[in-house]
Structure formats: C-alpha cells, structure tokens
Design a protein around this ligand. Sequence first.
Ligand code: NAI
Length: 249
Amino acid sequence: MKLLEGKIAIITGAARGIGEAIALKLASQGANIAFSFLSSDEKARILEQKLAALGIKAKGYKSNAASFEECGELVNAVLKEYGTVDVCINNAGISKDSLLLRLTPEQWDEVMTTNLKSVFNMTKHVVRPMLKAKKGSIINMSSIIGIRGNAGQSSYAASKAGIIGFTKSVAHELGSRNIRCNAIAPGFIETDMTHYLQDEESAKSFLAKIPLGRFGSAEEIANTALFLASDMSSYITGQVISICGGLNI
Ligand code: NAI
C-alpha cells in the first residue's frame, strides 16, 4: 500500500522547482494531484502528463495564490473535480532581494502578498473540506531565511517568519479537529529561485557555511513534504522542519 493511496493533494506554484518535485513525489505514493500555476501553461501541461503517467489523477489550474478570490475558486474547482482535499501544500513564493535602503513599499507588498497572504488565502479555503472530513495536513513552505534573516532579504525573511507564526497558530486552533499544520524551512536548494546564487564565488561562500558541503535538491524537500503529508507524521503538528544541510547549527 502506498503512503498516500487515493488522497487528494493541492500544491500551489508547482509548475517547476520544489513544487514540481513535491507533486511528483506525492503522486509516486498514490496521491491524486491538483496543482496551481501562475503563467507557465506549457510547463503545467507537461507536468500534468508526467503525473498522469504515474497512474493518478492530475490537473493543473491557472490561479494566483496571492488572490483570496482566486484561491477560493481554485479550492471550489478542486472540490468539484476531486470531492475533497486531504493535503494542502502552500509552496508558491517569490523573492525580491534588495537592501532595506533600496527596498520599495511596492516590493515589500508584493513579497508579503505572494508569500504570506497566499498561505492565509489557501488555508482559509481548504480548512472547510478538512473540517468536514475531520482530518487534514497543511504544509507551508517557509525558509531558513525566515529563522535567521539575511542581508538583502528583509521582506522575504519577514514573509517566511510570518508563515511560521501562522503555522503554529493554525496548529493550535485546528489540532483538536485532527488537522495538522507544519512548516518546512529549506536552506539553499538548487532551483530557478537560487540560480543567481550559484555562480562560483557566491557558491563558495555559501558552501563554506553548510556542514554537508553542498546545496540541497528539490527532491530532498519533497521527501519531507511526503512525510508530513502522510500518516507517518500523525503526531506532528506546529513544527518547523529545517532542511538545510546543517546551515542552522
Ligand atoms: P521557483 O521560483 O522555482 O518556484 C516558485 C513557483 O511559485 C514558480 O512556479 C512560480 O510561478 C510560482 N508562483 C510565484 N508566485 C505565484 C503566485 N502568486 N501564484 C501561484 N504561483 C506562484 O522557486 P522554488 O525554489 O521552487 O521555491 C518554492 C518555495 O520554496 C518558495 O516558497 C520558496 O520561497 C521556498 N524556498 C526555496 C528555497 C530555495 O533555495 N530554492 C529556500 C527556501 C525556501
């Protein structure tokens, strides 16, 4: 029996990177996947095909995680198509790195709305079916930067730290209803988001701080997402799991 046989998972921003890896990992363990994407229709169609090839039901929805209304429409569409939601992975995120002196209010708002409000938007809508089903697992993508901060990333760090406070509060509120809510705090993971950090000089200085001596892969994040989505983690809620090669020690 696969870990997520027949379960329904929604993943936001899954057309590439960590979201895509999570979609593939959960599908490989039997989950039916609904994922959202912002603009990359072609990548979304390709992912739908890759997922369907794993023998599960898969559908991509064009939906802006930063919009409360669009998240409501997404969850309603998924409920219509799949009947319920067992797992919600709030993965969509952006970074607009800039030193505080140059950071504009518009950049701040964009990062907070996309990274933090999106988590509220989706959680508000998915708890309805989860309350009805008396179970659910919500997984929010934070960051090691939300724990330790970083020069040039104040807006990103604030949004990711906000996710941690939100995650713990939801865990307090909904634990008695058997709805778990946890956060993952990745370190440096090789995706498009961190591509610019991987030039030789920056790479060397980052690697020197990572005890495991390498960047992480999207699949390594997906492995933990699978654990948190499944009953393997049935007594875990309100936690932040760092996956960072020891960068935080
Ligand atoms: P990525 O840039 O490759 O993927 C992010 C995805 O989110 C993209 O597909 C993008 O289109 C989507 N997205 C952005 N805004 C959206 C919106 N408003 N609505 C719907 N989708 C939207 O980045 P990556 O690395 O895969 O990141 C995934 C998550 O992991 C993000 O929340 C990121 O902050 C977090 N993270 C990544 C780390 C890394 O080292 N790559 C480290 C720590 C956290």
